[in-house]
Design a protein around this ligand. Structure first.
Ligand code: 13P
Length: 252
């Protein structure tokens, strides 16, 4: 399908300047030593570190992303960050609709979609996150929940070149409980099939679908090797250069 895997580190609300710069420089140095790496690398620091991290990795091939943005271009939105501000600080990606944003900030599918459209307008690539809770999985609603979130969050104008999907089962985030390869492949294939209904099968076949949720060096290879898994969105293991790099290397 020609989908180059994307290994994305979501640093969440972790790190002060010294930690973030050391981590970013460490990742950039690893990539410098291996320019033929089989995957694309992305780091998504907290807002306060984006500009410094972008400077630190400039020219290295490591991309930088935000963890959220506002749906509006500018205005009276205290505490928020516009897509253009992320670009200005050095971002080429933005994570949207992470389950922690959906839970902590009440973000809905419609809001995530609006943010993705705004991100595209500023030339940012959107990583749209979806995923079921444990209660939903136990109730047999996994596929339906992910289909509904995808339909509600996928932006008009979304395509392989500007949008990535991250399937993050909520029960696997930060818990050490990772989806089995069978569970991951089942949902990823269902997401791609549903996406095919929205944008056509040929385009859906080009869209990268990342797995997220307790991805670590010891489980990454078998997940990334699955037919419909095109990389990972990594939390805890992205905070250590060696772990993040080991996951990147497991792309082959
Ligand atoms: P963990 O890798 O810490 O489970 O976090 C996953 C995640 O939420 C990435 O966005």
């Amino acid at each position: 399908m020609g989908r180059k895997p994307l290994i994305a580190g979501n640093w969440k609300m972790n790190g002060l300047k010294a930690d973030g710069l050391a981590l970013a420089k460490g990742v950039a140095a690893k990539l410098k030593g291996e320019p033929g790496l089989a995957c694309e690398l992305l780091v998504c620091p907290p807002f306060t570190l984006i500009a410094a991290v972008a400077d630190a990795v400039a020219g290295s091939g490591v991309a930088v992303g935000g963890q959220d943005c506002h749906a509006k271009v500018s205005g009276a939105h205290t505490g928020d960050t516009s897509p253009a501000m992320l670009v200005d600080a050095g971002c080429s990606y933005v994570i949207l609709g992470h389950s922690e944003r959906r839970t902590d900030h009440g973000e809905t599918d419609a809001l995530v979609k609006a943010k993705a459209i705004a991100a595209h307008a500023a030339s940012l690539k959107a990583i749209v996150c979806i995923g079921e809770t444990l209660v939903q999985r136990d109730a047999g609603q996994t596929i339906a929940v992910n289909q509904t979130q995808l339909r509600g969050s996928w932006p008009e104008g979304g395509a392989a070149e500007n949008t990535v999907i991250a399937y993050e089962p909520v029960w696997a985030i930060g818990t050490g409980r990772v989806a089995t390869p069978e569970q991951a492949q089942e949902v990823h294939a269902a997401i791609r099939a549903e996406l095919g209904q929205i944008i056509g099968a040929a385009e859906a076949a080009k869209v990268r679908i990342l797995y997220g949720g307790s991805m670590k060096p010891d489980n990454a290879a078998q997940l990334i090797a699955l037919p419909d898994v095109d990389g990972g969105l990594i939390g805890g293991a992205a905070l250590k250069v060696e772990d993040f790099w080991a996951i990147a290397k497991s792309c082959g």
